[in-house]
Design a protein around this ligand. Structure first.
Ligand SMILES: [Zn+2]
Length: 284
């Protein structure tokens, strides 16, 4: 009889353990990191984004979606960076709620444009805002762990504030007239607004679109009148056009992480500080 009770208790215990954890699928490694930071041991995180994938050409395959089966929520960046979301919502089971973590983050527009820069993760302040959205979602889905999630988010927010302070300190040494960030695709508008830089981009939002020769000539003319110290390429990619611009201006190139995908090290702190240190080193 005692054995039967033990067995029943074990089964009951197992049931409680299963019921207490949330399964969270994500479409970006930084969102996985955030989900693990806030959810801790109460969540199982499934990252659907492939290693060395390209954020702008990625769309989850049937196989990747199968890995999301039974997920309570699917975390996405939002702000239009996942154009396939409408189709995706039809492929997912009804139990899986799609949560756009960019939804509470104020829009920042591309220079002289009505287009929104979707790369909100490039500032820790926005990561903090997104973590508050995530906190609300996980607390609603598993209210029994609300205080645990809240404590985790508080620590996460403090970590993000520390990164913002570090960046501000380093950037305080960069003279006002050198505060231009020339990049290939428009990914630093949030960053520039937060830290007081002016973004100058060669392409639009995605990496594929090319500027025409006349535009390039006009851009070069404009850049020669500015105190440009560096042209910023992207880790893992160095478009020829950026090298040409750097050569024409007689300045070096240096790689930044723009899409939040840092090969070999996916941690936010490392990639954000890589950007801060690289910018600081070349513009101060
Ligand atoms: Zn991008």
């Amino acid at each position: 009889m005692k054995k039967v009770w033990c067995l029943l208790l074990m089964m009951f215990g197992l049931h409680i353990a299963q019921a207490s954890s949330l399964k969270i699928a994500t479409l970006h490694p930084l969102l996985s990191e955030m989900a693990m930071a806030i959810g801790g041991e109460q969540v199982e995180v499934v990252d659907l984004f492939p290693a060395n994938g390209d954020l702008h050409s990625f769309a989850p395959t049937g196989r990747q979606l199968a890995a999301a089966a039974g997920a309570d929520m699917l975390l996405v960046c939002g702000k239009g960076i996942e154009p396939y979301l409408t189709d995706l919502s039809q492929s997912l089971s009804k139990e899986t709620k799609i949560v756009g973590l960019g939804r509470d983050i104020p829009n920042v527009f591309l220079p002289n444009s009505q287009r929104v820069d979707p790369h909100w993760w490039n500032t820790p302040e926005n990561m903090k805002r997104a973590s508050r959205t995530l906190l609300r979602e996980v607390s609603e889905a598993a209210p029994q762990h609300k205080s645990y999630f809240t404590a985790n988010q508080k620590k996460y927010a403090a970590d993000m504030d520390a990164l913002t302070r570090k960046a501000r300190l380093q950037f305080s040494r960069i003279p006002q007239e050198r505060r231009y960030l020339i990049t290939g695709h428009a990914a630093l508008c949030h960053f520039c607004k937060e830290f007081g830089f002016t973004p100058i981009t060669i392409h639009g939002i995605s990496k594929e679109s090319e500027g025409d020769t006349a535009t390039l000539a006009a851009l070069l003319k404009d850049l020669r009148n500015k105190d440009i110290r560096c042209v910023f390429t992207e880790v893992g990619a160095s478009p020829k056009i950026l090298e040409v611009i750097a050569e024409q201006l007689g300045v070096p190139t240096a790689p930044l992480v723009l899409d939040g995908i840092f090969p070999g090290n996916q941690q936010y702190e490392a990639l954000f500080m890589h950007n801060v240190n690289t910018i600081s080193k070349h513009l101060k």
